[in-house]
Design a protein around this ligand. Structure first.
Ligand code: NAD
Ligand code: UFG
Length: 371
């Protein structure tokens, strides 16, 4: 705690789903945080709620609405503050949209990242944690996916992740002062157990659990299951779902790892190592919510892999981090958030409410202190 107190950390995209949960965990660990986000896929209400959850740490959070590609604005931020490290979440992530609008994705994700790296270099800030994705494993030939598994991309979004990983490796190769951790997330789901922050996608959700939650609250009639003819236990796709708070804690561990002088440019999977099918996930959600999720079977979604789950040994060994929460806790917290915020941040200005906390008290301390 003592050594973290003085550290300013910049989070790009910190108003988003994973970013907002990570901001909270970092604040509770004693870091000072600046968030920049253009709010393209998020709401400033998320920042306000994180501040409320952070209780006595709230004053350590500052937010600036900014686009990563606005170089003068980034320059001015880096001139005004010294950052120990940057965690770079900011980017677009809708796979289908990236196929329709590839230039939008290359422009935002690649130019945004390059601009950020240029400004960091100019100001001598050479520590980075980057949000990569299990999407870089494509349709894996073997599971679990290890950090050494072959890489491929099935769409422009995935290619921006592969390119960015390569850019980071080249950067470290050119200048060994760069310390970079590439985190390959598997499938983040759930929400903070307070039910006060969570995922609030714009438009029709692309991902499984945001869609399930919208069916559960009556916003959509049924879940379309994309494919029930895979060679899996029940024919539906298998993924490695990870509680978003576990994922957020993985970033705290990665930041600590950046202090290790031997680190260069390293990649770590953040997953649980367990595969769960679509039908198993739906059953777990129905059990904890008491809601029936009507299903509509449909063909496979183009670009989807059959089975993807993580090898977790490297992160456990080198980051000293391991996911703690299971499917039921993920679904319970997803439902807690959804039932309290059926229309997301903008739709339901509810007051803080903590119930069913599944995490240790210190992780919900700000929230509990309020109530
Ligand atoms: P999100 O959309 O909720 O958060 C991303 C944030 O970045 C948003 O708040 C958005 O407004 C902001 N942003 C986008 N472009 C920006 C720009 N040019 N300048 C400033 N801000 C910008 O997404 P998330 O689920 O929290 O994902 C965070 C990161 O993790 C993304 O890079 C995503 O690709 C990656 N990732 C997500 C998943 C997932 O399933 N959620 C899986 C693997 C990797
Ligand atoms: N699925 C459905 N119906 C839906 C949505 C999804 O049946 O409405 C199925 C998919 O076919 C898949 C599983 O649920 O079998 C998970 O799908 P998601 O879209 O939730 O997740 P993906 O594994 O396809 O991809 C997500 C992100 C990617 C990221 C990847 C790994 O969308 O950006 O996880 O982290 F790269």
């Amino acid at each position: 705690m003592v050594e973290t107190m003085s550290q300013n950390i910049l989070l790009t995209g910190g108003a988003g789903y994973i970013g907002s949960h990570t901001v909270l965990q970092l604040l509770l660990s004693g870091y000072k945080i600046v968030v920049i986000d253009n709010l393209d896929n998020s709401s400033a209400v998320a920042i306000k709620r994180v501040q409320e959850l952070a209780g006595r740490h709230a004053h350590n959070l500052e937010f600036q609405q900014m686009d990563l590609r606005d170089k003068p604005a980034l320059e001015s931020l880096f001139s005004s503050k010294k950052f120990s490290a940057v965690i770079h979440f900011g980017g677009l992530k809708a796979v289908g949209e990236s196929v329709q609008k590839p230039l939008k994705y290359y422009n935002n994700n690649l130019i945004g990242t390059i601009t950020l790296l240029e400004v960091m270099a100019a100001h001598g800030c050479k520590k980075l944690v980057f949000s990569s994705s299990a999407t870089v494993y494509g349709w894996p030939k073997e599971v679990p996916c290890t950090e050494e598994s072959p890489l491929s991309a099935a769409n422009p979004y995935g290619r921006t992740k592969l390119f960015t990983e390569d850019i980071c490796r080249d950067l470290h190769q050119s200048d060994s002062e760069w310390k970079i951790i590439l985190l390959r997330y598997f499938n983040p789901v759930g929400a903070h157990p307070s039910g006060y922050i969570g995922e609030d996608p714009r438009g029709i959700p692309n991902n499984l659990m945001p869609f399930v939650q919208q069916v559960a609250v009556g916003r959509r009639p049924a879940l379309t299951v994309f494919g029930n003819d895979y060679l899996t236990k029940d024919g539906t796709g298998v993924r490695d779902y990870i509680h978003v708070v576990d994922l957020a804690d993985g970033h705290v561990a990665a930041l600590k790892k950046l202090a290790d002088p031997s680190i260069g440019c390293e990649v770590y999977n953040l997953g649980t190592g367990k595969g769960t099918s679509v039908l198993e996930m739906v059953a777990a959600f129905e059990k904890v919510s008491g809601k029936k999720i009507p299903l509509k079977m449909a063909g496979r979604r183009p670009g989807d892999a059959e089975t993807v789950y993580a090898a977790t040994a490297k992160a456990e060994r080198e980051l000293n981090w391991k996911a703690k929460y299971g499917i039921e806790e993920m679904c319970r917290d997803q439902w807690n958030w959804a039932s309290r915020n059926p229309y997301g941040y903008e739709g339901s200005p509810q007051k803080s409410a903590c119930f069913l906390p599944c995490l240790p008290r210190n992780q919900v301390q700000g929230c509990l202190a309020q109530n």
